[in-house]
Design a protein around this ligand. Structure first.
Ligand code: AMP
Length: 292
C-alpha cells in the first residue's frame, strides 16, 4: 500500500494507474477506521481496479463548539487495517497540504442543507462538500463510495456531483452495525457502557418503525412518534430530531412511501449520534432487531 501525504505524489500514482488502463475508486474518511469504513473499501474493490482512501479530520466541517480536537485519531492502526483490507493508496494529508491558505472559495449548498443535521450544524455541509470536492480534484476517481449512515451527506454529495458535472460515479453502501444494532461510528468511542446501553434505543426505535411500516402503517407522524417513544423510554437521550423524509429531496412526508427514510440525531451524554433507515429497504444489520 502506498501511503502518501502530498498532493503531487497522489496525482502521479493515479496517473500511472490510469496509464495502465486501471480504474480508480475512492473512499474518503476521517480515520479511526471501523468495519463500516472497511465495508466501503470492500465495495470500492468490487467497482474499481485501484482503491484509494483518504484519512483526514477536516476542520472545515466542525463547528466551534464541536469535537474537532477530541475526535479520535490513530493513523498507525488505520494504515494497518487499510492495508489488511487491500487498499492500494492511502492519502494522509495534513492541514497545510489541503489548506495552505484560508480558502477564498467553497462549495455552498443552496438547498437540502438547512434541515436534519444541517439545522443544528450550520456550515457543516459546506465544510463536507468543500473537502470532498477538493479530494475529488486531487484523486480524480471514477467512482467514490459513501455510507448510508451519513444519509444527508450522501444526498448532498450526489447533488454536488450532478449540479457541478463532476465526472465521478457515487455509490452509497449500507450502514454497518455492531451485533447489538448500534450503527458503527468513530464517535461510539466516546460512549461509556451506560451511555452505549441508552444509545441502543436508536436502532431499537428504527427497528420498531420498520415493523410498523411492514404491518401497513404509513402515517409518518405515527412512525416518528414510535421512534421518539423508544428514545424517551431509554432516558438520558436528548433528541435533536426525528424526521420522516423523502430520500429524493429530504422533504418531510405525511405518508411514508417506498422512498421514505426515518433519520435521527440524538445526544447521549456529550456524544452526538446519528442513524437512519429506509423503511422499505432497511440495512441488513437491522433485520435481527426488526424480527426479534
Ligand atoms: P467518517 O470517517 O465518519 O467521515 O466516514 C467516512 C465514510 O464512512 C462516510 O461515507 C460514512 O458515511 C461512512 N460510514 C461511517 N460509518 C459507517 C457505518 N457504520 N456503515 C457504513 N458506512 C459508514
Amino acid at each position: 500500500m502506498l501511503v502518501l501525504d502530498g498532493i503531487p505524489a497522489v496525482r502521479n500514482a493515479v496517473r500511472a494507474a490510469r496509464d495502465d488502463g486501471r480504474t480508480i475508486g475512492f473512499v474518503p474518511t476521517m480515520g479511526y477506521l471501523h468495519e463500516g469504513h472497511l465495508s466501503l473499501i470492500d465495495r470500492c474493490r468490487e467497482l474499481a481496479d485501484l482503491v484509494a482512501i483518504s484519512i483526514y479530520v477536516n476542520p472545515l466541517q466542525f463547528g466551534p463548539d464541536e469535537d474537532y480536537d477530541a475526535y479520535p485519531r490513530d493513523l498507525e492502526r488505520d494504515l494497518e487495517l487499510a492495508e489488511d483490507r487491500g487498499v492500494d493508496l492511502a492519502f494522509t494529508p495534513d492541514d497545510d497540504e489541503l489548506y495552505p491558505e484560508s480558502p477564498a472559495v467553497a462549495v455552498t449548498p443552496r438547498r437540502l442543507a438547512d434541515r436534519l443535521c444541517g439545522a443544528g450544524r450550520p456550515g457543516h455541509f459546506e465544510g463536507v462538500l468543500t473537502v470532498v470536492a477538493k479530494l475529488f480534484g486531487i484523486v480524480q476517481p471514477d467512482v467514490a463510495v459513501f455510507g448510508q449512515k451519513d444519509f444527508q451527506q450522501s444526498v448532498l454529495i450526489r447533488r454536488m456531483v450532478a449540479d457541478l458535472n463532476m465526472p465521478v460515479r457515487i455509490e452509497v453502501a449500507p450502514t454497518v452495525r455492531d451485533p447489538d444494532g448500534l450503527a458503527m461510528s468513530s464517535r461510539n468511542e466516546y460512549l461509556s457502557s451506560g451511555e452505549r446501553e441508552r444509545a441502543l434505543s436508536i436502532s431499537r426505535g428504527l427497528a420498531e418503525a420498520v415493523r410498523a411500516y411492514r404491518s401497513g402503517e404509513r402515517h409518518a407522524g405515527s412512525l416518528v412518534a414510535g421512534v421518539r417513544e423508544a428514545l424517551e423510554r431509554a432516558g438520558g437521550v436528548r433528541i435533536e430530531y426525528v424526521d420522516c423524509v423523502s430520500s429524493e429531496d429530504l422533504e418531510p412526508v405525511q405518508e411514508a412511501g417506498s422512498d421514505a427514510v426515518i433519520a435521527v440525531a440524538v445526544h447521549v451524554g456529550g456524544t452526538r449520534l446519528i442513524d437512519n433507515v429506509r423503511l422499505a429497504a432497511p440495512d441488513p444489520g437491522l433485520e435481527r432487531l426488526i424480527s426479534g
